[in-house]
Design a protein around this ligand. Structure first.
Ligand SMILES: Nc1ncnc2c1ncn2[C@@H]1O[C@H](COP(=O)(O)OP(=O)(O)O)[C@@H](O)[C@H]1O
Ligand SMILES: [Mg+2]
Length: 319
């Protein structure tokens, strides 16, 4: 495939608070860990993984015009991401505070500095030169966050890309607790899904929120057409692939899970990388499963498999 994968979505600083580890240290009267500021965001995970796999993806996203924005931009570049369309927002940017409990569970909080604002796109962000470079457009449902101008600009861009013959893929990532599914948001998401070639999503909480259906499979089938691919994931359960109305199920390779954080984002990176290399949706699902399995069995965030590790994980997947 000529051109680059263009990822549109969330980038933010993550302030990681090792609360559980600190409690343990205090009990033993030992020096505790410190909190750490890391580059985060769901699309940050996907685009960084694509960069690490050598695909030179483009990111179209927003970071703060401050030291956290500098840190994220530098990290993207270091990992092989093309940042020519990275935007700096003028208002202070939102951060995520990620508290890790004693059992390793993570709890997330959004934090806005005084005067802070959520990211907002304008039609000017989606100019012609952006499309010219792009062979595949990937976004997540978070950027269609309401019925407002930013979500409308993203929706119209997807429609334009599809009209130009550029495949659009979306991972639902609805995050309805933060971004309620208003009728206006639902209508815009419906427009994106109508032009998307690849629709990915996870669990009943995403599929059944979006579509009436008793099970996630029933809800996912609602979006399947003779032209598109629907990928319905759910943690350790087999993935339901509906490729041009043909259904199959694929179980993840067995691994020891050390951190489930960002599993879906890493699946997306594997899936998109294989599509970009000319793979079928079925092969792309296998790669998604392998890259996700690698990521969740490593403590280091956004860890991607090397060729040998990838081959081993792929061999563990029952075709
Ligand atoms: N507990 C688990 N055991 C094995 N594989 C898992 C587990 N959780 C996630 N995965 C792998 O990661 C993929 C993405 O997980 P998913 O639940 O869809 O993530 P998210 O909720 O982050 O979107 C799954 O399809 C699977 O391949
Ligand atoms: Mg997800």
């Amino acid at each position: 495939m000529d051109g680059q994968i263009l990822c549109v979505g969330d980038l933010n600083p993550d302030l990681v608070v090792p609360y559980g580890e600190m409690k343990r240290a205090l009990r033993q009267d030992l020096p505790g860990p410190t909190a750490q500021l890391l580059p985060g965001g769901g699309m940050g995970n996907t685009v960084t993984a694509l960069g690490r796999m050598g695909l030179r993806p483009l990111i179209l996203g927003m970071v703060g015009n401050d030291s956290t924005g500098d840190m994220i931009a530098a990290d993207l570049q270091k990992n092989g991401v093309d940042t020519r369309f990275l935007r700096r927002q003028q208002a202070p940017a939102m951060a995520v505070v990620s508290v890790i409990e004693e059992d390793g569970e993570k709890v997330f909080f959004q934090w806005f500095p005084p005067g802070g604002q959520d990211k907002a796109f304008t039609p000017a962000d989606f100019s012609e030169p952006v499309l010219e470079r792009c062979s595949l457009l990937h976004l997540n449902g978070m950027v269609v966050q309401d019925g407002g101008p930013s979500a409308r600009a993203v929706t119209e861009f997807c429609e334009l890309a599809a009209a130009r013959g550029i495949p659009v893929s979306i991972d639902l990532n609805l995050r309805c607790a933060q971004y309620p599914l208003t009728p206006e948001r639902r209508a815009l998401l419906g427009r994106v899904l109508a032009v998307a070639s690849h629709i990915l999503g996870s669990g009943a909480e995403e599929w059944c929120t979006l579509t009436p259906g008793r099970t996630k499979e029933q809800a996912a089938r609602r979006w399947a057409t003779a032209q598109n691919t629907v990928v319905c994931r759910d943690g350790a359960q087999p993935v339901l692939l509906i490729d041009r109305l043909h259904e199959s199920r694929h179980a993840p390779p067995p691994v020891e899970v050390v951190s489930r954080n960002g599993a879906g984002d890493m699946f997306d990176a594997g899936y998109l990388a294989r599509l970009a290399a000319g793979g079928t949706p079925r092969e792309a699902v296998f790669h998604g499963l392998a890259v996700a399995a690698h990521a969740i069995s490593h403590r280091q965030p956004r860890s991607v498999p090397g060729p040998a590790e990838l081959a081993h994980l792929l061999a563990c997947i029952d075709p």
